[in-house]
Design a protein. Structure first.
Length: 390
């Protein structure tokens, strides 16, 4: 048998279909041409300078809502979508987030719970990247426990009126449309809010030390009056936003593999070229142990992503499987990023190398879409049958 390829030790990509490989190559090619050369500058600037241009480019590539059916969406397999997330997050978690929030949160909410009119009005333009969406669930005092949200939607005649504040909303101040979750007399419901509606405003959150190549905002809703048809008709209860989270969390299961792979590959190259004590640092036993730990984490995470993707494609992926993948793969990527940063010595703390950028991005990835603790509790509940959330 052939010796393992250091860049795909368990030959996991050999398990992919031709179509899946084509998606991988198209996204990897675009990412290395258009994103990788610029991402350190964007991260340094703490923003995305041209989010609308980026949305159109992602739309042209077919990445926005690529796993949704119809309405101009790609209808790809879950594995193909996962590979796209992997290749984007190998560049930067913020870029995968851009695609996740548009396709797996804002578009998925409209696709799952919207009327035919809402789907037709929004999804084709969102798939093309002409319209940018955001997803407002988290609030200043309601993060892991979204059921405690204070944003309220009340009826006024046939209209709805929304009041409240959403916090930490990716693309909030770029978006043309916000999917906002609010408590109503009939439980939590989703609303499609054009961001030019009077009473809606968004403020960029500055001074982030993580996910800097991504725009994060506060949304303020003050007496936002919406017509009766702004509510997502099939959204009833907290399960509705949570089912959208499953889609975005699934993308993170794969994305974390990309971030981990990028850090491992950077460390492998650095270990081969950096010399101390008259030899490449990759020749020291302690460095080899680090490379061994990293390659195992990257491949374990890759296997987990592929397994969960195949379960999803055959309709057997429970949300606890997604919790397993998010919990395991983000932690693995964090270990790899920290180790790779160390292998780079002083160079590792700069933006000349990707490792510390990934390392600090992964602090966000471990927090959003359910913290490490929340997914540990989901897995704990799944195996014991006992809920320990409260
Ligand atoms: P609980 O009583 O357990 O559940 C309420 C209802 O929802 C159902 N459910 C789910 N349904 C689908 N998918 C899931 N993952 C589900 N989890 C629970 C559940 O069966 C129940 O249904 P029913 O019919 O019985 O009413 O709710 P709880 O209040 O105890 O909370 C459970 C908990 C803690 C797991 C949940 O609230 C949670 O996941 N918290 C974390 C919040 C979170 O992840 N927020 C993310 C915000 S969006 C974001 O971060 C975007 S980042 C940008 C990017 O992705 O790049
Ligand atoms: P908290 O819920 O206050 O948690 C604080 C700590 O307490 C954590 O360690 C947590 O694990 C722990 N904890 C909480 N409950 C328990 C428990 N029962 N048992 C044990 N430990 C517990 N949200 C959106 O809606 N849309 C977005 O687009 C979005 N984008 C984001 C982008 C960025 C850059 C960031 C950082 C966040 C984003 N979020 C978004 C918000 C994100 O989902 C929340 O930050 C996350 O759900 C955690 O909520 P919190 O920050 O309020 O932390």
């Amino acid at each position: 048998p052939a010796a393992p390829d250091p860049h795909d030790f368990l030959a996991l990509d050999a398990e992919l279909s031709d179509t899946e490989r084509d998606v991988r190559d198209a996204v990897r090619g675009f990412a290395s041409r258009e994103l990788l050369p610029n991402v350190a500058e964007w991260f340094d600037a703490g923003t995305l300078p041209d989010p609308r241009g980026l949305a159109r480019a992602f739309g042209d590539l077919g990445l926005l809502g690529m796993h949704l059916e119809g309405y101009g969406c790609g209808g790809s397999s879950a594995v193909a979508y996962g590979l796209a997330c992997r290749e984007l997050e190998a560049v930067d978690s913020g870029l995968r987030s851009f695609v996740s929030v548009q396709g797996s949160l804002a578009m998925a909410a409209i696709h799952k719970f919207g009327s035919e009119e809402q789907k037709g009005a929004w999804l084709p333009r969102m798939a093309a990247g002409e319209v940018v969406g955001c997803f407002g669930l988290t609030e200043p005092d309601s993060g892991s426990d979204p059921g405690s949200m204070r944003t309220r939607a009340r009826r006024d005649g046939t209209d709805w009126v929304l009041d409240g504040t959403k916090m930490w909303i990716t693309n909030g101040s770029v978006a043309d449309v916000a999917v906002v979750w609010a408590a109503t007399g009939e439980g939590v419901r989703g609303f499609v809010v054009p961001t030019d509606t009077p009473g809606f405003s968004a403020n960029v959150i500055h001074r982030k030390l993580s996910l800097r190549a991504s725009i994060t905002s506060e949304l303020v809703l003050e007496g936002v009056r919406l017509p009766a048809d702004a509510v997502l008709p099939a959204s009833k209860g907290l399960g509705a936003p949570l089912s959208c989270l499953n889609e975005a969390r699934y993308g993170i299961v794969w994305g974390a593999v990309g971030a981990a792979r990028a850090c491992y590959e950077a460390a492998l190259e650095y270990a081969a070229t950096r010399e101390q004590f008259g030899q490449p640092i990759g020749g020291f036993q302690l460095t080899q142990r680090k490379l061994a730990d990293m390659v195992v984490d990257v491949n374990h995470a890759g296997m987990t992503a592929l397994r969960i993707g195949r379960l999803k494609d055959r309709g057997d992926c429970h949300h606890n499987h997604v919790s397993f993948g998010k919990f395991a793969n983000v932690a693995a990527a964090q270990r790899v990023a920290r180790t790779a940063r160390g292998v780079h010595g002083a160079n590792g703390i700069t933006l000349e190398y990707p490792v510390m950028r990934h390392m600090v991005n992964l602090e966000t990835v471990a927090t959003y879409e359910g913290t490490e603790e929340i997914h540990a509790l989901s897995i704990g509940q799944a195996v014991t049958g006992i809920s320990a959330f409260r």
